[in-house]
Design a protein around this ligand. Structure first.
Ligand SMILES: [Zn+2]
Length: 169
């Protein structure tokens, strides 16, 4: 059985055809992105959310209240159930988010994204997903979803009122 490290996992996402997302990428507040890659038992998900929706601000943490908001969200995002509900038996292997690194290196840009990546190992076929992140982030309204799986690829949009992605084929 292959063991994927964090570094290889990112390579898998990129290797499957997703372009690297620059932090400076223009974004629309209220709209995020979700990239899903599945290869064998390995399922990876990457959320890219405007910081305005994730945190309520995009400036550098200016005071203890900002820093507290970052710490709270960083902890919440570690629990994958705050982001996604997977229709399948998948065990979270690892997760990371950009909040842990701070965003001091991106301060030349006006817009910031918060990124969270989850690596799962799935024991059953995945039938779909329901995005729970909308519950955590009240101003987030939609996610553009792209996926590449064992059986093909596609894209869709999920919204606060319709957060379900179906993989039944
Ligand atoms: Zn912005």
């Amino acid at each position: 059985m292959k063991v994927f490290t964090q570094g290889l996992s990112v390579a898998l996402l990129l290797g499957l055809g997703f372009s690297a997302h620059a932090h400076a990428q223009k974004h629309v507040h209220g709209e995020g992105e979700l990239l899903i890659a599945q290869e064998g038992n390995v399922l990876q998900m990457q959320f890219i959310i405007p910081a305005a929706d994730a945190l309520g601000f995009e400036h550098q943490a200016a005071n203890s209240s900002d820093k507290n908001a970052i710490n709270v969200l960083a902890q919440q995002l570690k629990n994958s159930s705050h982001a996604i509900d997977i229709k399948g038996q998948c065990i979270l292997q690892s997760t990371e988010n950009s909040l842990a690194h701070g965003h001091s290196e991106h301060d030349e840009h006006d817009h910031h994204n918060v990124e969270a990546t989850y690596n799962f190992n799935c024991k059953t076929p995945v039938m779909g997903f329901s995005v729970t992140l909308f519950n955590l982030m009240p101003s987030l309204n939609a996610l553009n979803v792209q996926w590449i799986s064992n059986t093909g690829q596609g894209s869709t949009e999920v919204t606060r009122s319709n957060p379900v992605i179906s993989w039944q084929s």
